[in-house]
Design a protein around this ligand. Structure first.
Ligand SMILES: Cc1cc2nc3c(=O)[nH]c(=O)nc-3n(C[C@H](O)[C@H](O)[C@H](O)COP(=O)(O)OP(=O)(O)OC[C@H]3O[C@@H](n4cnc5c(N)ncnc54)[C@H](O)[C@@H]3O)c2cc1C
Length: 392
């Protein structure tokens, strides 16, 4: 039986970032990354809208994004020439969250103060200030908006994945096109990882970074993870009369979001009836655009009178039912089963800090650079939610 120090299930952004960090910390480590689909066509990583923000309600998520945006901005230097990615093209137009209530505005003030305390640039603008800054927005139903004018925007998601993957390979990680189908455990320790084609592989430590399949892999070890696929349909639209190239990513209080994309616009919404779907459900919800998104866009921003959906795609969040936050770290009661899943729509930007944290925990037994313990799996066992309020 071939043996590795660390076996990682899932070679998209979380698995590849962790492999890269592991080998940076310990170059002679034997790391195997098991990935069934090297095209990544159905991974959340590839189907993301690739944005980064500092505006989270939990300080640990803000700190994860503080590190994330710096890493993304300086990606070429961080990853080195072996990453093969000259730039992730970070476009810092900011995020603008809108609220229609006084309570919402107070909460924004409170969160903005917490975020600024951690180094973010969040400011809360009242309606007149918003109107001055964005004269093309209709704001009658808006009380305030919270804007991160720096360190927030969008970037090249596949560049981030390629860089981590190329870099991990150059450092010695072995990638196989295969699928984890079983685990062998002895007294709470994973000793073997069963691959669909490659047989049984020995493992010193095992990381489950399989996105929407992560609950299935937990079940192979008898562990219950409340993570399920949830479908999101994303629309790319032409709106020739909407000329606002410097628009931020707008998170409307009606549930829709919108951002510019190379002369077009990307938009989506949280479905009214949001529920688990199967992993093979790629059926787009076209009615969402017509019924929910377009009327709200038209009402909010000038120039969305004439629009054409030029393309669309479906992606799956690995949605954590308990609290919409990532579940990270060593699973209690096991010696070497690590988890990194449940990102609920914000895992791309978290991958630099999550990969670093997981690598540190796997190698040293504890969180080092950043304490990620609020996101630990203990809360899953205790059914103790660590709610993230700013979920998009
Ligand atoms: C529509 C949409 C928009 C999003 N927008 C953003 C955003 O703006 N900003 C942000 O930060 N995040 C965003 N996200 C979330 C982000 O994309 C994910 O949180 C992140 O990409 C998760 O990466 P991952 O590597 O953990 O999982 P994935 O990218 O899902 O990868 C999991 C991998 O595991 C593999 N796998 C599956 N089963 C097995 C198995 N049995 N054995 C081995 N491997 C297996 C899969 O093939 C896959 O490659 C968005 C997601 C979606 C769907």
């Amino acid at each position: 039986m071939a043996g590795y120090d660390v076996v990682i299930a899932g070679g998209a952004v979380t698995g590849s970032s962790t492999a890269w960090w592991l080998l940076g910390l310990q170059p002679d480590l034997r790391v195997l990354v098991v990935e069934p689909d090297p095209t990544y066509a159905q991974s959340a990583t590839a189907l993301s809208v690739a944005s980064v923000r500092q505006q989270f309600s939990n300080p640990v998520n803000v700190e994860i994004s503080r590190f994330g945006v710096d890493f993304i901005r300086n990606f070429a230097d961080r990853i080195g020439p072996q990453g093969g990615v000259p730039s992730l093209g970070l476009k810092e137009n900011g995020y603008l969250f809108l609220t229609g209530t006084e309570n919402g505005a107070s909460l924004m003030e409170e969160l903005a103060a917490m975020q600024r305390g951690l180094g973010a640039a969040t400011e809360v603008l009242d309606r007149p200030a918003l109107a001055q800054r964005y004269p093309w927005m209709q704001l009658d139903d808006v009380v305030a908006g919270s804007l991160g004018a720096r360190d927030e925007g969008w970037f090249d998601n596949m560049g981030l994945l390629s860089g981590f993957r190329n870099g991990a390979r150059a450092r010695g990680a072995v990638y196989v096109k295969d699928r984890v189908v079983g685990l062998t455990l002895e007294s709470g320790r994973v000793t073997g990882v069963q691959l669909a084609e490659g047989g049984l592989v020995g493992a010193g430590a095992f990381l489950n970074a399989a996105g929407t399949a992560s609950a299935d892999i937990c079940a192979m070890a008898g562990l219950g993870l409340p993570v399920e696929p949830r479908k999101r349909t994303v629309f790319v639209i032409d709106a020739p009369n909407a000329r606002h190239p410097e628009a931020p990513l707008i998170i409307d209080h009606s549930g829709i979001y919108l951002r510019p994309e190379h002369g077009q616009w990307i938009t989506a919404t949280v479905p009214d009836d949001d529920h688990a779907c199967t992993r093979d459900d790629w059926e787009p919800d076209h009615a969402q655009f017509e019924d929910l998104i377009w009327p709200r866009l038209y009402a909010r921003c000038e120039g969305f009178d004439a629009v054409k959906v030029s393309r669309f795609w479906v992606g799956h969040y690995d949605y954590n039912r308990l609290d919409q936050n990532a579940v990270l770290g060593l699973w209690p009661g096991t010696a070497n089963f690590f988890i990194a899943a449940g990102f609920s729509g914000h895992g791309l930007q978290q991958s630099p800090a999550v990969g670093r944290g997981l690598a540190e925990q796997i190698l040293t037994g504890g969180w080092q650079t950043l304490d990620l313990s609020p996101l630990g799996p203990e809360r899953i066992l205790a059914s103790r939610p660590f709610l993230e309020k700013a979920v998009v």
